[in-house]
Write a protein that binds this ligand. Sequence first.
Ligand SMILES: C[S@@+](CC[C@H](N)C(=O)[O-])C[C@H]1O[C@@H](n2cnc3c(N)ncnc32)[C@H](O)[C@@H]1O
Length: 234
Amino acid sequence: MDKEQIRQLHHSWEVNGERWTAAVRNGAIESRRVATDKSILRAALALRPRKVLDLGCGEGWLVRALEAQGIHTTGLDGSESLIAAAWSGGSGQFRHVQYADLIACPELAGHDFELIIANFSLLEEQLGPLLKSLGSLLTPLGTLLIQTVHPLSVPLPYSDGWRTEDFHSFGDKHWQAMPWYFRTLSSWLRLLQDHGFVLHNLQEPTHPTDGRPLSLLLSAKYAPKVSSCFPAVY
Ligand SMILES: C[S@@+](CC[C@H](N)C(=O)[O-])C[C@H]1O[C@@H](n2cnc3c(N)ncnc32)[C@H](O)[C@@H]1O
């Protein structure tokens, strides 16, 4: 079941590549325009990183925004059409890589990142192996910043599970529907903790006029426990 959802998920980003690029670049997504773009950028800049990986970078807007601040940023994405759009955007380095290939060979992304950002790009159920490989790409105490949908913006039931985004709110019926995996807040926290990440900041960007929460912004440091085979020093 999971395999078919993932196949459809990847297919949707190939088919939707051009529409998605236009939507992002024209500021057509209200939540991004009014809050979430600024929130992730501000959170990233506050960490003063010198080298960043934008995981699931899409058409590359965040890579360009960080490069404009003099921060060396690599964008990685599994959609060929989005990576082509990203290269045409003017600045930044981009790599066409699926997360499954990154898990098998983390060096495909590069190395020694002080910050890895996943902006609305962790959409699958099984994220443990990916988090493990992200840990190996980070410098000691490097940070993982995840922005994802806020639980209050998603219809009940409040439980982990596959959902479908039909993109109908974009006012165009030609989008390819995308399966994606919703996680509760406790599920996100457990996932991070189980893979060596320690949460150090949690924000909930809201709509500036009606106060609706628009996203969850989780910031976690990579601090895996020292292996028990190391002798204790007293
Ligand atoms: C909602 S878009 C977000 C794009 C970008 N981060 C942004 O803020 O505009 C999700 C992105 O994650 C990428 N993605 C999702 N699952 C992936 C996977 N398994 N391997 C590589 N890329 C993936 C998609 O191709 C898509 O570009």
